[in-house]
Write a protein that binds this ligand. Sequence first.
Ligand SMILES: [Fe+2]
Length: 258
Amino acid sequence: MKETIYHGFPTSLALLTDLHNADPTPVLSSLRAHSPSLICVVGDILHGRQPEGDVSPLETQKNVLPFLSSCASIAPTFVSLGNHEWMLDSADLETVANTGVTVLDNRWVEKDGLILGGLTSGHVTDYRRFKAGTDGTVRYPQRQSPPGIRVTVTPSEHKPDISWLAEYSAQRGFHILMTHHPEYWPMIRDQQIDLAISGHAHGGQIRLLNHGLWSPGQGWWPKYTKGVYEGRMIVSAGLTNTTWVPRIGNSTELVYVE
Ligand SMILES: [Fe+2]
């Protein structure tokens, strides 16, 4: 795992994304060494595409809660929801919050002049809509076509709820928006966002001439995979590899913004 440091922002934060229930030990050692002012976990803490029966994924994915508790013991930690977090129901989100982190599920908080927002993945928004139409007897009802990343190539298939961003933009302060999906950028860039932080693209999995090859939600030759865009969106290549496709020219990455 490579540590990437970007300078020139009025706070120091760690951008963690796409842990996918991997062993967090190297991440936690790095965090303890750097001691950032804030830790931002920008989605896809969970792995897999569906919970096992009615058992919470927080019980079967053993690294998730200890990872979040450890983050919260190092610095104030904020969590936004990625596509894999569709598996977390309201009781699960309460359990997540009980680790000491602040869950930003389509909302913002003010902290020391920072306006910190979390834009929830459109996969989560879609799944909640589907679930509201079920009879409520199954804890994690399954769709015929699960809202996994495999089937999604364009962002329009899973639209996030951006209705709250106008009010977020109107707040006074330095606006940091945690958005798991970098491909949402064209639909949110007109808002007052001083720094957007993102992941999901896994660096494009294979990088050729410093350009990613493929990413979910963007397809081939994706535009937003790793680095700084328009001076105000930072995309991390993510903490782990989760597919059988090897990462080539594309190290896993923990990003610090200072
Ligand atoms: Fe993702």
